[in-house]
Structure formats: structure tokens, C-alpha cells
Design a binder for this molecule. Structure first.
Ligand code: AMP
Length: 233
């Protein structure tokens, strides 16, 4: 199953994506993670992306689009993928659809996690990254996933903050891009929703992001199970 996964920064998308990856045994492709890995390894791609990321701006499309299209050619993507953090603007959406259509590949489902902007912001400022595993959720502002002191609640690993998570201006900038329904991420969502209206694909799954991790997961998996058989026909 090929899934596009949308939601504002801080909506819990990364956490839910990690669970879906296990559930459907498909790679969870997160553009933000790919960039951060490249930055920490000091690659050329990382160097090109760092300044934009620090400001909360999008990395230029000339860098991002080929990087994602190349990743989707990976042999692990043959049985499906979960794309998280891409497309993030209308240009990326149009290009992605053009390339996938050209290759006869369908987007089966579009998932949209809905969350109030202020709640999302508070969550962003509280989140911590485990150095051992990016998918170990820790957040000092969410009781259910509070770190164990200053260590990861799952493995006891060291926790770090993302630089762009502590800068309010950068957070606001990221949310401005997400909620921009003209050119930004909501425009990309709308583009695929219109496609869905015309062709029946992708199926649209909307979930509320306010509840606990378990509540959101239950809603998400329930709704995905309902559409799964239909879209895979
Ligand atoms: P995230 O981890 O999804 O919050 O992404 C972190 C940062 O990576 C974003 O604020 C952007 O600077 C960059 N980024 C992630 N995905 C994209 C994308 N699709 N297009 C351009 N920049 C991106």
C-alpha cells in the first residue's frame, strides 16, 4: 500500500508513521529524517539543506524532489511505502503525481492528521530525540510519553533536542508553510483530494491528532483497515 502521510509539525505524524511501518511492513520515508541524517554525517546534501532547515524554510525543490524520487526507487519500496513530509508544497505534489502516473504507480491512501496549531507548537517544543532510535517517542509536554528523567523512556538512551524545535520563529515558519492552502502543504493535500474526487484514488483518511498516541493509532488503523481492501483491488 502506498500512503501519503500529512499533518502539521507536532501532530504526532512521526510516531504514528513508525507504527504504520510495522503494521504494514513498508518503509517509512521521512524527508526531515533523511536531511538530518545527511547533516549529521556532513554530506554535501546535508550542507546544502542545513541553512533552510535551521530557518524553518523548505529545502529547495531542486534538492528535495530528486532526493525523494530516487528514494522511492529503492528495492524496499516495491511492496509499498509511507511517505511522510513530502509533498510539502504544490510543486512537489504535481511533480510526484506526474512521475508516479508515468510509472503506473498509484497513491492508495492519503492520511491527514488534524491538530490545532497551538497544541502542535507546544508539542514541538517538548519533544526530544533519542540518539539510539528516532522512533522512540519522548516529549516533556505530553504525560504519556514523558522521558525518564533526562533519558529515553524506552531504552534509557541520551536525548537531544532538534535545533529547529526550540526556535519559535522557525516553528511558526514551518506551520505557515503547512497551513498555506494556496501554495503550501494544504495545497498539496487539496491537490490529491481533488484527484481522489475525480478518480477514486487516493482514498482519504482523516484522523484527529488530539488524543493519546494509542487513541490516534486506533482511529488510524481502524480507518485504514476500512479502505485497505477497496484501494488495493
Ligand atoms: P520535519 O522533520 O518533517 O519537520 O522536517 C524538517 C525540515 O526538513 C523542514 O522544516 C524543512 O526544512 C526540511 N524538509 C522536510 N521535508 C521537506 C520537503 N518535502 N521539502 C522541503 N524541505 C523539507
Amino acid at each position: 500500500m502506498n500512503i501519503l502521510f500529512f499533518g502539521p509539525n507536532g501532530s504526532g505524524k512521526g510516531t504514528q508513521g513508525a507504527l504504520l511501518k510495522e503494521q504494514y511492513r513498508i518503509p517509512h520515508i521521512e524527508t526531515g529524517v533523511i536531511f538530518r541524517e545527511n547533516i549529521s554525517k556532513g554530506t554535501e546534501l546535508g550542507k546544502q539543506a542545513k541553512a533552510s532547515i535551521d530557518r524553518g524554510e523548505l529545502v529547495p525543490d531542486e534538492i528535495t524532489i530528486p532526493m525523494v524520487l530516487d528514494r522511492l526507487k529503492g528495492s524496499d519500496c516495491e511492496n509499498g511505502w509511507l511517505l511522510d513530509g513530502f509533498p510539502r508544497n504544490i510543486t512537489q505534489a504535481i511533480k510526484l503525481n506526474e512521475v508516479l502516473t508515468g510509472e503506473g504507480i498509484d497513491v492508495h491512501v492519503l492520511v491527514e492528521v488534524m491538530l490545532d496549531r497551538e497544541i502542535a507548537k507546544k508539542r514541538i517544543m517538548g519533544r526530544r530525540l533519542c540518539v539510539n532510535d528516532n522512533n522512540h517517542p519522548n516529549n516533556v509536554n505530553i504525560d504519556a510519553i514523558k522521558p525518564d528523567g533526562d533519558r529515553c523512556r524506552i531504552c534509557g538512551g541520551e536525548l537531544r533536542k532538534r535545533d529547529d524545535d526550540q526556535d519559535e520563529e522557525a516553528i511558526d515558519q514551518r506551520h505557515d508553510i503547512y497551513y498555506d492552502a494556496e501554495q503550501g502543504t494544504l495545497a498539496a493535500v487539496q491537490y490529491f483530494k481533488e484527484l481522489s474526487g475525480k478518480t477514486g484514488r487516493p482514498a482519504i483518511v482523516e484522523v484527529g491528532g488530539k488524543g493519546s498516541v494509542e487513541e490516534v493509532t486506533a482511529e488510524l488503523i481502524g480507518k485504514l483497515s476500512n479502505v485497505r481492501l477497496r484501494v488495493l483491488k
